[in-house]
Design a protein around this ligand. Structure first.
Ligand SMILES: [Zn+2]
Length: 230
């Protein structure tokens, strides 16, 4: 599948945020998003997305209306920090109904206002132009498939390959201002927050990719993924 580069976003520090479009128009005007690096220090998720993107680009079997943002938080990725250059946790800064200025941990600082950060403004502007139907957001933490909205089926599809834990709404810790909270209510889009294992848990990047390669590739070839944008 051929992609073209869209006009990039600009980070707090003035760096470009590359984004790519598959140039396949969606009859229902719903798009599949692949996003990584919302948290800049989560290199495992960034790596898996890089590999997946290469595989999709080289595939003649996949034809989907798709937007790919390999690293949203470029400044954080360069500095190896979770937050952006203003120390904002971008996944607590989305304009959901539950957004709050209150936070308990420094690393979850939500910013001064919802959508205060240019990286997130860039994403929300893309949503206006290419409305999301399904978002795969790659992170790293403990291996987990965290679904919000109508994508338990996608989580269970992937679990058959990687055996990661499938989790819905977190009952023990709320995530106000997260993408998983925003997209189902504001865009009627489902979000799979795909938590890769951490390198510190003993696996290499190559091993993390290897345990996910077939599942992710099969997902993007499946009728299931198409059902999320029709
Ligand atoms: Zn994360």
């Amino acid at each position: 599948m051929i992609f073209r580069e869209l006009r990039p976003g600009i980070t707090v520090a003035g760096e470009k945020i590359p984004a790519f479009f598959s140039d396949v128009l969606s009859p229902q005007n719903k798009y599949i998003y692949l996003i990584a690096g919302v948290h800049g220090d989560e290199v495992e998720g960034v790596y898996v997305l890089q590999q997946l993107f290469e595989k999709i680009k080289n595939s003649s079997e996949i034809e989907l209306p798709m937007i790919v943002i390999p690293i949203l938080n470029i400044d954080g990725y360069r500095a190896n920090t979770r937050g952006n250059a203003r120390k904002v946790d971008l996944n607590r800064n989305y304009p959901s109904d539950q957004w709050t200025a209150t936070y308990t941990q420094e690393t979850h600082y939500p910013g001064t206002a919802p959508l205060s950060e240019p990286e997130n403004q860039f994403l929300i502007n893309l949503f206006a132009k290419f409305p999301p139907g399904f978002i795969l957001s790659l992170h790293s933490w403990k291996p987990m498939l965290n679904y919000n909205g109508n994508c338990l089926d996608v989580a269970e599809f992937l679990q058959k390959y990687n055996s990661y834990e499938v989790v819905g709404e977190f009952t023990d810790h709320p995530t106000p201002g997260s993408l998983g909270e925003l997209a189902p209510t504001k865009y009627n889009a489902s979000v799979l927050t795909f938590e890769c294992p951490l390198l510190s848990q003993g696996k290499t990047l190559a091993e993390i990719w290897a345990e996910n390669e077939k599942g992710l590739y099969d997902l993007f070839k499946s009728a299931l993924i198409k059902s999320k944008i029709t």
